[in-house]
Structures are given as structure tokens and as C-alpha cells.
Design a protein around this ligand. Structure first.
Ligand code: URP
Ligand code: ZN
Ligand code: ZN
Length: 475
């Protein structure tokens, strides 16, 4: 048999099911052997005192997304995926936003052109359906599912993006027929418009009022409505970026009725609060995202959701803008009202360290749950399993060596994204990736990015058989 290209020796391999001391043999970019005494190899990587994890999959990332007049996203595919790699993620699922009047195929052409030759990690696209014409819904979507794009996102808020319930029902029906999974951004658009107008009339325009304009009931109502629409069609959905216990309760109640509703939360809902939006001057703009971070009780609730399985997915919702930038958070209109502060914060590089440190190191979750939340469940729900998201013979050799004892202070200085700040500045973490491998190639070692733009490949994804019970997706 041909000699192994690489053996990762002496580490503790973690999957969503097990924690096992064994070596990992790699050939041709894939894992070909697991066990002891795997024989000679061209390269031996010493993994003593390291956890050997499947590469992280961040299934909620915005890169190079056009943001409308005068606003520019801080990350293109090069800087955003380089940051992902340095933070231990080897796959990102980014968004392809359809512009009004544009077909989804036209939009995809632009996003593929933006990613081509630039990505440091593997990537796929979720389709944001913003202009659901009969042709887009009836013809394009089913064909695109067959072509490797089996997930869509629909918005219940945002000017120019919010779909009516009727349009959401139409998209859900296509998803049911084609086997796609729909992500829902659940916030009530009219309620936000009403509250925003009222706040502005009162002169309450500082960044902190962004949170006031989208309180928990706005999210809870839309979550309930999205679930109801999915129930009518009989199709699974993912409620993305869930921030609070009332929305979680809607997910729990739906599951109790036998519905397949999956939940995603993000670092900002575990470690930030609305107090962060109340900084001096415009500083709060650094934390403006939707839904907004809530209070300590909501943080606690989200942790319970992480621990008990309400959440299947832990993603970053990386949506970066520069702060000191007239095309970013401090654009000319932003001082006149929070309405004009672009929504979104960076987080693709800090996702794994924050969950490991706050979750595993503080004993809220175990290692297998960490892997499920950060890699395996993303692969299972979005059509990449078992190629991605696990350490198994036949899977891509996307592997992270993780030092569980490494202490770091998160700081803009050590990050690789295109934003000029991190909302987690000064946050202490325990646990950091020391080596990241993409299909057998080491792309990060000791904080240094060794990979190149173009190492990452586009991933054509499959439709899945949705797990018939929640317990088969989470552990
Ligand atoms: O504020 C946020 N989350 N921006 C990103 C867009 C979205 O809704 O996911
Ligand atoms: Zn969203
Ligand atoms: Zn998002």
C-alpha cells in the first residue's frame, strides 16, 4: 500500500460521538486510517497535548455582499476566509444575495467570480431570495438545488429584503418539493419600522436605540409566524441567530408538536449584551447587529439552549464593517440615526475560541457537543456530511489541532479579518487552534497563515434526509 502522506500522532481525536486517543493517517487530502501504529509517513505531526478536531464549519457568514449605496463590507473572500482559517474553520457557507430584478443565477455568477481564486477555505453558498418572481421560485430554485445549492435564506425584515408571508410560503413549498432547507431571519419588519419611526421622532437616535427598536417580542412573534408557515407547508426550517428565551420557547413548543425546527445561535448572544451598544459617542455602533444582543438573562437562556439542544448550530453571523470608515459603521448618515448604521459584526475568527473557552473550559458543554455545534451539525444539515464535519475514514482531512490550555486575549492586533475592530476586544479565552489543515494541507501553524488564496474550493452540496427526530442531529 502507498505510504501515508501524513500521520497526526499522539493526539486526542474528538468527533460529535466520541473522544478517542488515536493517530490519523492522511493520503490524497483524505483521512485514510485511524488507529495506532499506522506505519511510515512522509510527514509526522506531533499532536501530543492537542485535541484533534474536525475543521470548523461556519454556516452563517457574509462576505463581499453588496450593501447598498455608500456601504462596503469589510471582508472579501480572501480576508474573510483567511480569518476563518486562522480561527479553525475550514469551511464557510456564505450568502449569495439576489438583487431586485436579478436572477439567482446572475447573482451566483457574481459571487463565484468574487470567490474564485481568493478563498483560503472551502465554501458554498446559501441563496438569499429577495425577489421571488414566479420564474425564480418555480424554475430557478429547484434547478439550483439540483446544482448544489440546497439551502435558502428568507428575511422577514429589512428594507428591500423582507418577504411577505405569501412569498415565504411559496419559497417553503419549493423547499419541500426540492429537499432544500430554508433559513429564516425572524424579526417583524412593520413593528421595527413603527418603533424606529417613534424613536426618531423622540430624538432617540444613538446606536443603543437600535436594540430598543427591535425588542424581544419582535423576534418572538416572527419566530412563531415562521414556524407556523413551515408547519402549514410541512417542511423543516432553521431559525437563525436566535437571541433570547422567548424565541427559544417557540422552537421548543414546535418540536413538542413534532415539527423539525432547527435553531442557531451565535457568540454575540452568549457574551455581549445591549449594554455594549451604549458606549461613548458612536462606539455602540461597533455592536449593532440584528437581532441585537439582549440582557444577562437572555445570555443565560442561550447557554441553556446550547446545553440542552434547542440549538443545533453555533455560527458567527460574521457580517463585518469597518468602524472608522465613511463606508462602514461611521458613514455620514449613521450619526443622524441608528437606522443608518450597517447591521452586522465580525466574528468568524473568534467563534471557536469563544465557545470552547466559555463552553468547554467552563464545563457547560463537553467536547463532543462542541464539535457537533461547530462542525458536524452544520455538515449534516447543509448537505456536506460525512465529507465534512467529522474525523472518519473517507472524510476530507480538514483537521484542527487545538491547544486546550492556550490562553489568549482577543484583540484586533491578533486577528486577520478586514474589519478595524473586534467586538470581543479584551475578552480572555482559554483554548486556541495551533494547526489547521485543509484537505491534508497545513494552512495555519502557530498563528501564521501558510495557506493561499485559491486553496479553498467551491463545495457542491447535496440535499439531505432530514433527521426524523432532533436527537439524531444533536447529541
Ligand atoms: O446584523 C446582522 N445579523 N447582519 C447580518 C445579516 C443577517 O441578518 O444575517
Ligand atoms: Zn439574518
Ligand atoms: Zn447573517
Amino acid at each position: 500500500m502507498a505510504v501515508l502522506e501524513c500521520v497526526i500522532r499522539g493526539g486526542t481525536v474528538v468527533t460529535a460521538a466520541d473522544v478517542v486517543r488515536c493517530d490519523v493517517g492522511i493520503r490524497g487530502g483524505r483521512i485514510v486510517a485511524l488507529g495506532d501504529e499506522l506505519g511510515p509517513a512522509r510527514e509526522i505531526i506531533d499532536a501530543r497535548d492537542r485535541l484533534v478536531l474536525p475543521g470548523g464549519i461556519d454556516s452563517h457568514v457574509h462576505l463581499a455582499q453588496p450593501m447598498g449605496e455608500g456601504i462596503v463590507m469589510a471582508d472579501d473572500f480572501a480576508s474573510g476566509t483567511r480569518a476563518a482559517a486562522c480561527g479553525g474553520s475550514t469551511t464557510v457557507l456564505s450568502y449569495c444575495l439576489q438583487a431586485k430584478g436579478q436572477t439567482l443565477r446572475e447573482a451566483l455568477k457574481e459571487y463565484h467570480a468574487a470567490a474564485e481564486g481568493r478563498a483560503y477555505v472551502d465554501h458554498g453558498f446559501h441563496l438569499i431570495v429577495a425577489d421571488p418572481t414566479p420564474a425564480v421560485v418555480g424554475q430557478e430554485l429547484p434547478a439550483l438545488v439540483r446544482d448544489g445549492y440546497p439551502s435558502f435564506k428568507v428575511f422577514m425584515t429589512y428594507e428591500g429584503l423582507a418577504l411577505s408571508d405569501l412569498d415565504i410560503l411559496r419559497v417553503l413549498e419549493v423547499a419541500r418539493e426540492s429537499g432544500a432547507l430554508v433559513q429564516v431571519h425572524a424579526e417583524n419588519y412593520d413593528a421595527i419600522r413603527f418603533l424606529t419611526d417613534r424613536l426618531e421622532r423622540r430624538g432617540d437616535v444613538a446606536p443603543k436605540f437600535h436594540a430598543t427598536s427591535r425588542p424581544i417580542p419582535v423576534e418572538r412573534e416572527a419566530t412563531h409566524r415562521a414556524i407556523t408557515l413551515a408547519e402549514l407547508i410541512g417542511v423543516p426550517i432553521v431559525i437563525v441567530h436566535v437571541s433570547n428565551s422567548e424565541s427559544m420557547e417557540e422552537i421548543r413548543r414546535a418540536r413538542a408538536r413534532g415539527l423539525k425546527i432547527y435553531g442557531e445561535t451565535c457568540p454575540q448572544y452568549l457574551v455581549l449584551t445591549e449594554q455594549d451598544l451604549d458606549g461613548l459617542g458612536m462606539e455602540g455602533a461597533k455592536y449593532v447587529c440584528s437581532p441585537p444582543p439582549r440582557d444577562r438573562a437572555s445570555q443565560q437562556a442561550c447557554w441553556e439552549g446550547i446545553e440542552t439542544g434547542v440549538f443545533d448550530l453555533f455560527s458567527s453571523d460574521h457580517c463585518p464593517f469597518r468602524y472608522e470608515d465613511a463606508r462602514g459603521k461611521l458613514n455620514p448618515k449613521a450619526r443622524s440615526s441608528f437606522r443608518w448604521v450597517p447591521n452586522g459584526i465580525p466574528g468568524v475568527e473568534t467563534r471557536l475560541p469563544i465557545l470552547f473557552s466559555e463552553g468547554v473550559a467552563k464545563r457547560r458543554i463537553d467536547l463532543t457537543r462542541f464539535v457537533a455545534l461547530t462542525a458536524t451539525n452544520h455538515a449534516k444539515l447543509y448537505g456536506l456530511y460525512p465529507r465534512k464535519g467529522t474525523i472518519a475514514v473517507g472524510s476530507d482531512a480538514d483537521i484542527v489541532l487545538w491547544d486546550p490550555g492556550c490562553e489568549r486575549t482577543i484583540s484586533q492586533k491578533i486577528l486577520h479579518h478586514g474589519a478595524d475592530y473586534t467586538p470581543y476586544e479584551g475578552f480572555r479565552v482559554k483554548g486556541w487552534p495551533t494547526l489547521v489543515m485543509l484537505r491534508g494541507k497545513t494552512i495555519v501553524r502557530d498563528g501564521e497563515c501558510l495557506g493561499g488564496a485559491g486553496d479553498g474550493a467551491f463545495l457542491k452540496r447535496e440535499t439531505c434526509d432530514w433527521p426524523s427526530s432532533r436527537s439524531s442531529i444533536t447529541n
